[in-house]
Ligand binder design. Structure first.
Ligand SMILES: NC(=O)c1ccc[n+]([C@@H]2O[C@H](COP(=O)([O-])OP(=O)(O)OC[C@H]3O[C@@H](n4cnc5c(N)ncnc54)[C@H](O)[C@@H]3O)[C@@H](O)[C@H]2O)c1
Length: 242
């Protein structure tokens, strides 16, 4: 039987932060679609999450596949644009192709899915974009930093235009979160990252899910265009003394 629960989509929901958000949405009484380019992992995650979850094996770079998927579904109450890629490369080693690949997934796919989904959203719907604390600046991944700063700008622009349709749009900017994405960091870089954390530890996917749950809650009605840093205090700066 078709679900009557409000519908949520979590992109990149098969693992890491997205998986944590999908689990939380199931507990928050959403029907949740775990969308991921790894269809098998998405199916496994949906089965483990339970009856209110189902999987969509889709690559967000497949524009036609995404358009057909959005048309097939009922209106979405909460869209979480979480899927993203990351790699480490010094400024002088970056190619135009590295930049394009990063922007294609982290920014343009997010825009395209948001546009298609928002066309059919009803008043009170929410969009939450997963940016990164890195939008403030970071070494060795200028293409990632720029893509996430662009996500922040897009979030603010979407919030202004979609307010007229009663859709609220916010971003969550995670700091260091323990997921497979961090496998791109060498052990030395990981240790250096942890040393910058006032709280001395990496966060967990649940820490991000808590923030997303708050921003996607049907009762939340007056916050839009904001960026919530969930980073264990890293954005406060690591300076000691004056
Ligand atoms: N882990 C961190 O420390 C951290 C920090 C800041 C921001 N973030 C952001 O949080 C989000 C999730 O990160 P994570 O650590 O869980 O990453 P992850 O690599 O563990 O998971 C990302 C998921 O997205 C999926 N995905 C990637 N490209 C896709 C595409 N084109 N179409 C469909 N699915 C795709 C992957 O298959 C994977 O399941 C990303 O946007 C990332 O930039 C993570």
């Amino acid at each position: 039987m078709a679900s009557t629960l409000p519908l949520a989509i979590v992109t990149g929901g098969a693992r890491g932060i997205g998986r944590g958000i999908a689990e939380r949405f199931a507990r928050d009484s959403f029907e949740v679609i775990v969308l991921d380019r790894d269809g098998d992992a998405a199916a496994k995650a949906a089965t483990e999450i339970g009856a209110s979850a189902r999987a969509a094996g889709l690559d967000l770079l497949d524009r036609e596949g995404i358009a057909a998927f959005v048309e097939r579904e009922r209106p979405v109450s909460a869209l979480v644009n979480n899927a993203g890629i990351f790699d480490e490369r010094g400024f002088f080693d970056l190619s135009i192709e590295d930049f394009r690949r990063m922007y294609d997934v982290n920014l343009i796919a997010l825009f395209a899915l948001s546009q298609a989904t928002a066309r059919r959203m009803e008043r009170g719907a929410k969009i939450v974009n997963i940016a990164s604390r890195a939008f403030l600046g970071a070494r060795n991944h200028a293409h990632y930093v720029a893509s996430k700063a662009a996500v922040v700008g897009l979030t603010r622009a979407m919030a202004m235009e979609l307010a007229a349709k009663g859709i609220l749009v916010n971003a969550v900017a995670p700091g260091l979160i323990d997921t497979p994405l961090l496998h791109a960091l060498t052990p030395e870089r990981m240790a250096a990252q942890l040393a910058l954390q006032p709280t001395g530890k990496a966060g967990r996917p649940q820490d991000i899910a808590n923030a997303v749950s708050f921003l996607a809650n049907p009762a939340m009605d007056f916050i839009t265009g904001q960026v919530l840093l969930v980073d264990g205090g890293k954005s406060l700066g690591g300076g000691m003394g004056i």
